[in-house]
Design a protein around this ligand. Sequence first.
Ligand SMILES: Cc1ncc(COP(=O)(O)O)c(C=O)c1O
Length: 434
Amino acid sequence: MRNIIVHPGAKNLVYEIREIVAIAQKIQKMGVPIIWENIGDPVEKGEKVPDWIKQYIVGAVSENKTYRYSPSKGLQDAREYIAYERNIEGGIQITPDDILFFNGLGDAISMVYRNLNRKTRIMGPNPAYPTHSSAEAAHSDAPYITYALNPYNGWQPDLNEIEQKIKAHPEISGILIINPDNPTGFVYEVHVMKKIVDLARKYNLFIISDEIYSNLTYGDIEYKKLAAIIEDVPAIGMRGISKEFPWPGARCGWIEFYNRDKDRDFKDYTQALINSKMLEVCSTTLPQSVIPTVMGDPRYYPYVAQRCKDYKRRAEIASDLFSKIPELIVNMPHGAFYMSVIFKDGVLTDKQRLPIENEEVRGFFKETIEKEKILDRRFTYSLLASTGICVVPLMSGFNSTYYGFRFTLLEPDESKFIKIIETICRSIKEYISS
Ligand SMILES: Cc1ncc(COP(=O)(O)O)c(C=O)c1O
């Protein structure tokens, strides 16, 4: 090209959760059955969408109006329903005009960062969910600024660190929380959220709260959405149906604006988001059209609650099994359907290995594993080659300071789930003592 056509931040767009799939598929072709523990898609893992939800969708598909464009902000009925649900929960009150639909929350996330002034930064948690961290780093062409979720303290963030970073980086204009968090399953306690809101108020920042898992909580910690405690601070809440219905293939998520009128800049920024969506015309109509009927059905919340019970049970099983390995840091998740396990400092080396039975796989991985410098990625490649279990390394996959890996709590067959966790545990012991 006669000019450089690549965006300077493009190198920051990485999504290891899916990149590892290409490697796993190669060894699948070599005859190794793969156990996909990398992607948070409940349907792919075998969860059945209830027939009554499907019936609402079938009904919508049969109606001619479902094939229309929808308004740029989203269908009025869907936005009215979401605003109604939000408002009866207490806290900040919103109108349908404060809601903007997207083609999945991933779409919302990239638009939120793309529309920020290039010099403005959003600080987010570490480990970091890569759709946020990559989009933020790509927007600013600079490394992601993070605050640590501390695995040695139940994944609690350090509020002093957050304040020090805000002071040290005047370019920070917003704080991201993912609540419940991906990849840790951590849930922010209400008093911690209140302190983060106080910091935002003190330093004139706004907050983004990714709440795609907000109805999937199951721990002993009281869960509150940001809207319940935000008071007068400008903020964006993010939600969607990918994990809840679950219908990830629908590509349907939305953002909620809180306190748009409290700050002129924030109002202009939210208007830029609305205008950007207008340029795209609108988001997918079909999933929006069933939101009021599905979520308003009396079976909806009991159904979601039952799934949470299942996740809790699997989280307890996994926590028990991993806790028996003293070289690991294990925290029971309180929401979402992931769990992250950390290797204590000094446990991993670049000499460890696992037996690889399949000769072709052994040949394929020899160089890949030997050359790999990131020690948790080396472990996850070894686990994949040896057992076919595909998990995601934390350091490279989630921008983490600690070595570890994330797996899902989605396997519906309990005996299979236990077998998977037992196999990972056995492999860890063998790997670290090799
Ligand atoms: C925290 C978080 N936010 C957003 C998304 C993207 O969701 P969607 O399917 O709506 O694009 C995911 C998907 O895994 C997620 O874990």
